[in-house]
Structure formats: C-alpha cells, structure tokens
Design a binder for this molecule. Sequence first.
Ligand SMILES: [Zn+2]
Ligand SMILES: [Zn+2]
Length: 187
Amino acid sequence: MSDEVMPFLFGWKLSEIVVVEDHLHLRSGTVGVLVEPDARAHCFKHKEHLAPVANCACGFFARTTSESLVLYARYPLSHLLEVELSGRVIAKRGEMRAEHQRILRLLLLPTCYRCGAVASMLTEPSPSRSRVEVFPAPALTSVCEECAGARWWLCDEIQSDLGIPVSWAVPSEALVLHGVGMNLGDH
Ligand SMILES: [Zn+2]
Ligand SMILES: [Zn+2]
C-alpha cells in the first residue's frame, strides 16, 4: 500500500482556532496557515506542482485514525477536525496527503484548561511561561464558565463564524487532544 490513487477518503487532523480581524479561523498548528472549510491544495515550494506530489510535502495532510494524532497534539491549543479528502490522494502508513479537503466537523477540547471541569466555551488563554507562542495570533482554548476570561465564544457562535458543525469531543477524542503526557512539542 503506497502512493495509491483513491477517489474519496475520510481523515483526522489537528487544528488551532484563532481570531483574525474579529472573526474565528482555523489554523494549522504545523505550518501556521489559515484553513478554509473547502479548499484545494497548493505547493508552497514548487509552483509547477499539482499538489500532492509523491516526493514532496504538499497536499492536505490527514491521518486515517484520530488516535495517532496524540503525538502531535499541542495541549491546550489543539482541537480535532474530521475531513473529507478527494481528488488525488497519496496514502502511506496511515498518513494521507490530498488535493482537495472539505472540513466535515470540528471537535473542541471538552475540558477547562484551568480547572479540568467540563468546558462550555472558548477563550484566549492567559500567557504562560511554559507555552511558546509560535504564531502571532493567539490560539483559543477551552474553559468552564467559572474560568472564562474577558472574552469568550460559545459553541453556536463558533459554528456560525466558521460555517462548519462544531461540537465537544467525546472522552476518547479528548485523550488525543490532551496528548496523554506524550506531547513531544510542535510538529
Ligand atoms: Zn510540492
Ligand atoms: Zn474551569
């Protein structure tokens, strides 16, 4: 199973949520680019590529299982995306790179990053010495009502701003977002 061409697949990936010009956007935690709900891939290195190209890194990345993302989660800033991949898709060892990506739903970190209670909104996390901000706009994280900061977003607002279905991750997905103590940093 390598370099196969497949018509249509589902995959999982991590995403951050950021505020840009007063609107919420999805941002790749890996390369820092904003992600549209429905998009076609471009190669940032080689203009002539029709992404994805086998020996390059272009195309939309996704993994076949959400569990395998546990190594890449950047707690408490990562949330889960389920995506539909189509067009040309290169699949190798559980990882896929696709020409076309449509975001099916966003699953939010369901626990408050401050107290661990059930989260009910997103907020801008307070600055932390242990957390390195890689990109300029701060990524949002989850909080309970008690711990909410000065500004917050409820599930409905997030959904209408992003234009995709949004819900809270179930416990098994939450484990992935917590990185279960295996967080190796940014990838
Ligand atoms: Zn390329
Ligand atoms: Zn709390």
